[in-house]
Write a protein that binds this ligand. Sequence first.
Ligand code: GTP
Ligand code: MG
Length: 222
Amino acid sequence: MPTLPPGSLTFPETPPPDDAACEQGRKLFAQQIDFLKGVVAMDGLPAADRIEVCFAGRSNVGKSTLINALTGRKALARASNTPGRTQEINFFMLSDSHYLVDLPGYGYANAPLKVVEKWQRLLRAYLTGRPSLRRAFVLIDARRGIKAPDQEIMADLDRAAVTFQVVLTKIDKLKAGELEKALASVRRDLAPHPAAFPELILTSSQKGDGIETLRAVIAGLE
Ligand SMILES: Nc1nc2c(ncn2[C@@H]2O[C@H](COP(=O)(O)OP(=O)(O)OP(=O)(O)O)[C@@H](O)[C@H]2O)c(=O)[nH]1
Ligand SMILES: [Mg+2]
């Protein structure tokens, strides 16, 4: 690991939004939000005509739960303890300006191989070939850190030059010392990725940490 000059910190936490940014995020997410459709093939994608962000990550990392927390809706996106719950690319329309996209998880070995391969192909095609995708949020379970399947997705995003931002999930499950350790390993693992947005968002959908920040970040995308 390269040594850094004192005081410099790669991949710092996204600073809390100022009042104006906070209000912008709150307003955006207070608007009408509806499920549009579940997509199983690239030709089923809606027109790429608005700002789009997606939530990618290993199965069970908390993608659907995070979308519910952002929108303040308990069961907008289907979440569950059963890995592999989200099996389609689910589009949610936020006002008429944004799409939020809930993706099927990767790294889930418990489904038939053919099915897994199909999702995987679709996921990659979407992540690397969607012109309106402004940012991919790659969710990482704070307890687990970045694993091989995450690295593969990140490498795809690097090659396609799609900016991705890491969102740590379930930070409520960590003690303060554990969080520091988790952050250090995530920072180290992200360093080689040119497409990684240089800030991290720490979240707990359960406790609400980071939700305001993430709303403001999404609202700030152009
Ligand atoms: N403690 C805690 N649990 C969480 C948090 N976020 C999600 N969970 C739990 O993690 C489990 C998986 O959440 P989901 O949102 O379904 O995960 P997913 O990434 O959408 O999973 P797939 O659709 O299978 O890929 C559920 O039991 C959630 O309640 C969090 O911030 N804190
Ligand atoms: Mg899901």
